[in-house]
Design a protein around this ligand. Structure first.
Ligand code: ATP
Length: 226
C-alpha cells in the first residue's frame, strides 16, 4: 500500500458530484496532509456533507479522482478500514446498549473491547456503557457515535458537524480528546491521525483545526489558517 511522508491523507482532483440536475460539488481540488486537522465551512447546502461522504467512499464522484493515503478511494483496497465517519444520522441500534453497539461494530473490523476502552474512558462514557442507546441524550449519543467511528483506530477521522446540539462541556470533552490524539501520536511511533470536520462553529473549529476551507454552492471559495 502506498504510504510515505509525501503521500497526502486526501487528494481530490477536479471532483464533481451530481444528484440528478443538482451539482452538489463542482470540480473541487483539495489536498489534506497526513496529520492535518481541517474544517469545512459553508452555509446549508454548500456541499460539506457531500464532500465528507465522498472522502469516506460512501458515495462515488460523478467526475474526478479521489485518493486516500495515495490509493484510489473507489477500488476495493481496504481503504475503508483506515476511515472513521460520523454523520448527522446515528449508526447505533436503539435497543442495544452502548457496549453492545460498540462490540458489534468493532467485530466487523476484528477489534477487541480492550482496544477501544481507552476511547470510552477519554470521552467519559463509562457510566453509560451498559445503558440502552434509546435512553441516551443527544450529546451522549453523539459521543457514543464518535467512539463507534473510532473503535477500529482509523487514521482518517471524518466528522459532520460534531458540535451541533452539544453543550459546552461536551464540546470541550471532544476538543480535548482530539487534541490529545495529536499528543498520543508520539506513542504510536508518530502515526498521526488526520481529521476533517464540517462545522458551523468557527469558535470550536479554531480550538481544534489548523486550516479551514469555505464552500459555497459546491465550490471552494476561501481558505484560512485557524
Ligand atoms: P448542511 O450544512 O445543511 O448539512 P451541506 O453543506 O452539508 O449542508 P450537502 O448536504 O452536501 O450540504 O448538500 C449539497 C447539495 O446537494 C444541497 O443542495 C442538497 O440539497 C443536495 N443533496 C445532498 N444530498 C442529496 C441527495 N441524496 N439527493 C439529492 N440532492 C442531494
Amino acid at each position: 500500500m502506498a504510504d510515505s511522508i509525501s503521500v497526502a491523507a486526501v487528494e481530490a482532483v477536479d471532483v464533481s458530484k451530481r444528484y440528478g440536475y443538482m451539482e452538489a460539488l463542482k470540480s473541487i481540488s483539495l489536498r489534506i496532509e497526513c496529520g492535518e486537522f481541517l474544517a469545512l465551512f459553508g452555509h446549508n447546502g454548500a456541499g460539506k456533507t457531500t464532500l465528507l461522504r465522498l472522502i469516506a467512499t460512501h458515495i462515488t464522484p460523478s467526475a474526478g479522482m479521489v485518493k486516500i493515503f495515495g490509493e484510489d478511494a473507489f477500488k476495493d483496497n481496504g481503504i475503508r478500514r483506515r476511515i472513521g465517519l460520523v454523520t448527522h444520522s446515528s449508526f447505533l441500534y436503539d435497543e442495544l446498549t452502548v457496549r453492545e453497539n460498540l462490540l458489534f461494530y468493532a467485530a466487523q473490523f476484528g477489534v477487541n473491547e480492550d482496544e477501544f476502552l481507552d476511547t470510552v474512558e477519554c470521552l467519559d462514557m463509562r457510566r453509560w456503557y451498559d445503558v440502552q442507546v434509546k435512553h441516551l441524550s443527544h450529546g451522549l449519543r453523539k459521543r457514543a457515535d464518535i467512539i463507534r467511528a473510532l473503535s477500529h483506530d482509523p487514521d482518517l477521522i471524518l466528522l459532520d458537524e460534531p458540535f451541533s446540539g452539544l453543550d459546552n462541556e461536551t464540546c470541550e470533552v471532544l476538543v480535548n480528546y482530539f487534541n490529545g490524539e495529536r499528543a498520543r501520536a508520539r506513542g504510536r511511533g508518530g502515526r498521526r491521525k488526520t481529521l476533517v470536520m464540517a462545522s458551523h462553529s468557527l469558535e470550536w473549529a479554531k480550538k481544534l483545526c489548523d486550516r479551514g476551507i469555505s464552500l459555497h454552492r459546491g465550490e471552494i471559495v476561501g481558505e484560512m489558517s485557524l
